[in-house]
Ligand binder design. Structure first.
Ligand code: PLP
Length: 381
């Protein structure tokens, strides 16, 4: 089999039988002709299936090492699809420091459907083991977690979940399959926001669920068609175009992020930098073992606390104050009032997200220019 980078570039390329197009054409049709009223062809109606979306799903499944994938209209729609696999009243263990939007959805669906939802520090093996004593139907991991970049040893955690009879689901948004492939580490399902690293150009919203088991792919596809939260043809095209450069972007962004993290850590106005690539990060050894790179995301705290954090992000010029991550352009955010504002202050405290935490997503600009910007921002404090 060819290498990951080759497969990312070549997925769906040179497959057009009609005109020999090197890049697959965007099929905008919502309906597909039948030869037989009782028998659909390969495609029938674009909510059910659409060529560009199918190609993207096949490419992502192959890169994640899954048996299949379902593309959804957003990362949240992908996570919601997974919850459709559970009966009402199911027991869910969820990483306590997951993405704020995930927590909001988990809370709302649990209230509605009577899930027994427990937030667990999944990075603490003993805490996960204790939570699994009562059994579980599904464990939702996020590693590295957003925004504190805490690491879960997936191999150990997925074995524990499986022994308790639970499905292991991993949110792989922060790294993408270029840097981490959870199915090879024991996960049953992988969810990703296409909006972030995979598309990488901050110009579409989408999500995907990749599944180890073909039966899960079938059930997820059934729900995607029934509920209809599927992505459009143009979004699939954009995500596919982004995917071709994903391995190269992920590598370059990881290298710049490490350089920036090292310099920030040495700066007197910085209290602490959370970046798994730093040797003193508590998850460094796990990251080295289960990842192919450390990723674009880091967080930090400043000596001046919350006020300094606000002043800092507003003084940056290259780092744009905006909530997303993984794009070619560098972004900064204050999670407490932005990406994680949907969480209660208590939940944020439990997840270790202080009000003065600054999150940086390092893009593809020259690392020297990024550092110059951060340095001038720190000089204003
Ligand atoms: C952004 C994000 C999501 C949600 O994805 P959308 O495409 O915005 O719906 C889920 N998990 C993580 C870790 C994210 O960063």
């Amino acid at each position: 089999m060819t290498e990951f980078r080759t497969r990312a570039v070549r997925a769906g390329i040179n497959c057009d039988p009609g005109h020999g197009a090197v890049v697959a054409p965007i099929q905008v049709s919502s309906a597909y002709r039948r030869a037989d009223p009782a028998q659909p062809g390969a495609f029938d109606y674009a909510r059910t299936g659409q060529p560009g979306r199918a190609e993207l799903a096949a490419a992502l499944a192959a890169l994640e090492g899954a048996s299949g994938a379902v593309v959804a209209s957003s990362g949240m729609a992908a996570i919601d699809l997974v919850l459709n696999l559970l009966p009402n009243g199911a027991r869910i263990l969820c990483a306590h420091d997951c993405y704020g939007g995930t927590r909001r959805l988990m809370d709302a669906r649990s209230q509605q459907r009577g899930f027994d939802l427990v937030y667990v520090d999944c990075t603490d093996d003993a805490a996960l083991e204790a939570a699994l004593w009562d059994g579980a139907d599904l464990v939702f991991f996020e590693t590295p977690s957003n925004p504190r970049l805490r690491l879960t040893d997936l191999q150990t955690a997925c074995v524990r979940a499986k022994a308790a009879g639970a499905l292991s689901v991993v949110d792989n948004t922060v790294l993408s399959p270029a840097l981490q492939r959870p199915i090879a580490l024991g996960a049953d399902l992988v969810v990703s926001s296409l909006t972030k690293m995979i598309n990488g150009h901050s110009d579409m919203v989408g999500g995907v669920v990749c599944a180890r088991n073909p039966e899960h792919v079938e059930r997820l596809s059934w729900w995607a068609n029934a509920a209809g939260a599927v992505g459009g043809a143009f979004d699939a095209f954009l995500a596919m175009r982004g995917l071709r450069t994903l391995p190269v972007r992920a590598k370059a962004q990881s290298e710049s992020a490490l350089e920036v993290a090292r310099k920030l850590q040495a700066h007197p106005k910085v209290v602490r930098v959370d970046y798994p690539g730093l040797e003193d990060h508590p998850g460094h050894a796990i990251a080295k073992a289960q990842q192919d790179g450390f990723g674009p995301l880091m967080s930090l705290e400043l000596t001046g606390g919350e006020a300094a954090a606000r002043q800092f992000v507003q003084s940056l010029e290259l780092f744009i104050l905006a909530q997303s991550l993984g794009g070619v352009e560098s972004l900064c955010a204050i999670p407490a009032t932005m990406t994680h504002a949907a969480m209660t202050p208590e939940a944020r405290q439990e997840a270790g997200v202080p009000d003065g935490l600054v999150r940086l997503s390092v893009g593809l600009e020259a690392p020297n220019d990024l550092w110059a910007d951060l340095e001038q921002g720190l000089a204003t404090l």
